[in-house]
Every structure is written in structure tokens, then in C-alpha cells.
Design a protein. Sequence first.
Length: 149
Amino acid sequence: MEIGKEIKQTKFKNEHQKMLINILFTSGWLGAKHNFNLKPFGISAQQFNILRILRGQHPKPATVNILIDRMLDKNSNASRLVEKLRIKKLVERAVCPEDRRAVNVVITKKGLDLLDELDKMDNTFLKDLKNLSEKEAATLNLLLDKLRG
């Protein structure tokens, strides 16, 4: 649905303002859908992001600083998220032998199994994005990358 109809606004200052509102609205819409899809698995989008980062590092550990650098939501508290995942036995923490001030985080077998289960749900998660063709998705990716400079 066109953004003006979606938010019941008929006029925008200019196309750039409309674009900004459209991106923010769409981000919220996608985030809500993503959280809804993850809820049955008992994890948040931020926790899912940490698990995906750790799977990419596996079997090597990642420090909390690495997680912070690679997270999609830079405002998340990575240490708190890791602790919640540790309680769920999806990750393990250990003091880094090279730097005792740092903490190494490793995804567990249970965490990897959860991601495997979520991978099988990809079609469900991505169905809301199928309004765009592969070519349109590639163009949107190019434009979003260009926007961030």
C-alpha cells in the first residue's frame, strides 16, 4: 500500500521527506513481522542476530566487542543479550585467555539446532518480501546501499 494511504497523510514536504517516512515506516513494519515470526522460538530479533553472528564465527569464539561491531541494531546491549542466550543454553561464555578483560562467546549445539530450525522457516519469514522480484530486490539493495553512502 502506498505510504500516504498507509499513514493517512496526503501531502509531504518533498520526495526525500516521503522517502524517509516510508523507510522508517517500512522498517517498523518489517521489524514487527520479524519479531512475530521469532516469538514461537522464544528469541528476539536482536538475540537472533547474535546467534547468526556466532554461527558465522563457529567454531571460533567471538568477543562481545565483535558482536557489537557486527550487530544490526547498534543500540542493543550485547552483554545483556548474551546473558539471556546463555540462560537459554544457546551460547556459552568464557574469559578470553589472551585478554582477561574480554569475554569469549560461542554458540552451543542447541543454538545451532535452533538456527537450523529457523532456516527451514525461511520461506515463511520471506513470504512478505515476495511482492518484489529478485531483480527489484537487487535494485532496492543497491539503492539502500547508495543511500548509506
